[in-house]
Unconditional design. Sequence first.
Length: 372
Amino acid sequence: MKNPLDPAKLRAALEDVQRAGMPGVFAEVWDGDQVWRGAAGVADVATGRPATADMRHRVGSVTKTFTTAAVLQQVESGQIGLDSPIGRYLPELVPGGRSEAITVRMLINHTSGLAEYLPYAYPSLRAFPVLADTSPESLDDNRFTRFHPTELIEMGVTAPAVGAPGGTPGVYSNTNYLLLGELLGRVTGTTAERYITRAVIERAGLRDTELPTEPHIDGPHSQIYESWFGMIDPPRDYSVYDMSWVGPAASLISTVTDINRFFRLLLAGEVVSPSSLAQMQRTVPVISQEGRTIDYGLGLHPMEAPGQETFWGHGGTVWGAGTLAMIRADGERQMTVAVNLQRWNSLGPSGTPQPHPIDDALAALHHVAMYG
């Protein structure tokens, strides 16, 4: 059933997100050749500077789709074997029996069993996922920390494993994608950031997208505010931050327009080959960082409403910034939504995040954008 874009309903849904408590929200929605862009709220709570739809933004784990595309290009050229053990390329980073048991595919789809390094790099988050026993102190401590990826990888590799290699459900872990970054560096002879820039970002014609090498966001952008479940009150601006803590897992800066363009080209078989895209869409069950079991492919996962179409995409969060990108399987309907506040939910008596009006407002926006 054809549901063309309704600008008035999209604008109302966007404004509802802002009214629910989000400082600023901006989005771009496509239906065939029709495009709608909009923004609501402010990019800076101190000055009242308005949010605009063309702002550059930290898109978090949407980066993983870019990194996966770069790896699959190297698979296509014969430089990487998708089902080859990581020990063939990086034996020094994953020692012991796991070096031969963990394949490149297992890193991409989070079935390696390798633990998340973040609680070790950020000691005040050590109790994660028991949120009530965490504190945001490490966020400030590490604002200008320059991590080396191998330092973070070692934390994840030496931590207790979260599963057997290849076992399901997998467990979502940024350690996997830092290893993929090192793999790209090893086989291309350059850094992962330079290779992804050349082979994915520039190839796709993305003019406002970059993997940053310094803490500031260049160009027009929003301030981004972290609440850490109400423990930072009022929420603090983390727009200036050294992103080496996530690198090729989640450091990308982009715009809603560029992200939509990337996913359109990806599903059209113009970033990786159609056969590689088919591999990306082969899913396994994975436990997300929120503790939910999701279907996850290679840097992509499906999102669908019961009885309705399937959409492919990825979400992402970093300190203060959130993004969700999704595109219908036929490539004809898509959206990217960005918000400038994260972890807005307070914790209940059991230490779990409580429902917040922002959650319902965002869900309503996604529904209007994708289904009309």
